[in-house]
Design a protein around this ligand. Structure first.
Ligand code: ATP
Length: 220
């Protein structure tokens, strides 16, 4: 393995809105995995969610405001530029092409999202393109559904050092130092009810939400 090969992370999500659970996880992922760069990539609105009250461009603007000048972490709008449904596999294909065959490419997801991974589009292809790092999340500890266990069982490695020996294909779980029981759902609920979201989101995100009157309406 070429030890100077770049270490690149991807943290996708709806970021509706971005919060400190996302951002602190991003910083700790960057440090723990010794990443050169972590791409935070907002998704198009998932088809099964509530009707969007906040546009993708507004979610992206909040993400940028939340990241600010955090070293090594970037807001990446590539999925918002693409037409039609946005699959992680397509995003990983693009990142792989940009960083090359030798790069260690890591897709990071929270445990809640991981539990649904077997239902994603072509989940087995993810491992031909990247490693998977699953972040523990407070309150989520359901056992793996059978198809998911089957998908990952031969790929599990016990630590990051082993994972980083190859460009892709392995999976591990990671308990980051700061587990935060913050969800975007809770933040949207607070805002609908006119309650404060201070210390749940970065100050510039709170200010932008207030300034533009975002998330004030109850979802339909
Ligand atoms: P919602 O409550 O609207 O479902 P969310 O807070 O889970 O949103 P997403 O945008 O869906 O946020 O999450 C993006 C990614 O970040 C997912 O992989 C998710 O598991 C992870 N994530 C979200 N919140 C946290 C948190 N508090 N700690 C660690 N990971 C998180």
């Amino acid at each position: 393995m070429n030890n100077s090969a770049p270490r690149i992370g991807m943290l996708g999500g709806t970021f509706d809105p971005v919060h400190l659970g996302h951002l602190r996880s991003a910083v700790e992922l960057h440090e723990t995995l010794m990443l050169d760069r972590l791409h935070m990539i907002p998704a198009q609105q998932p088809p099964l969610r509530d009707r969007p009250q906040v546009s993708a461009q507004q979610r992206l603007a909040l993400l940028k405001a939340g990241i600010g000048d955090t070293p090594g972490i970037i807001a990446d709008d590539r999925e918002l530029q693409r037409e039609g449904p946005s699959y992680s596999v397509d995003t990983l294909i693009e990142l792989r092409a940009e960083y090359g065959d030798q790069a260690r490419l890591v897709m990071a997801i929270g445990y809640d999202a991981f539990l649904r991974l077997a239902q994603w589009y072509q989940p087995e292809r993810i491992f031909a393109l990247a490693h998977l790092v699953v972040i523990a999340r407070p309150g989520y500890n359901d056992p793996l559904p059978a198809p998911l266990a089957e998908l990952v069982e031969h790929r599990a490695v016990s630590n990051i050092e082993t994972l980083m020996l190859t460009p892709c294909g392995s999976y591990t779980t990671l308990a980051l130092p700061s587990l935060m029981a913050i969800s975007a759902t809770h933040i949207r609920e607070c805002l609908h009810q006119g309650k404060s979201v201070r210390y749940l989101v970065p100050a510039p995100v709170e200010q932008a939400i207030k300034h533009h009157g975002l998330y004030q309406q109850q979802s339909e």
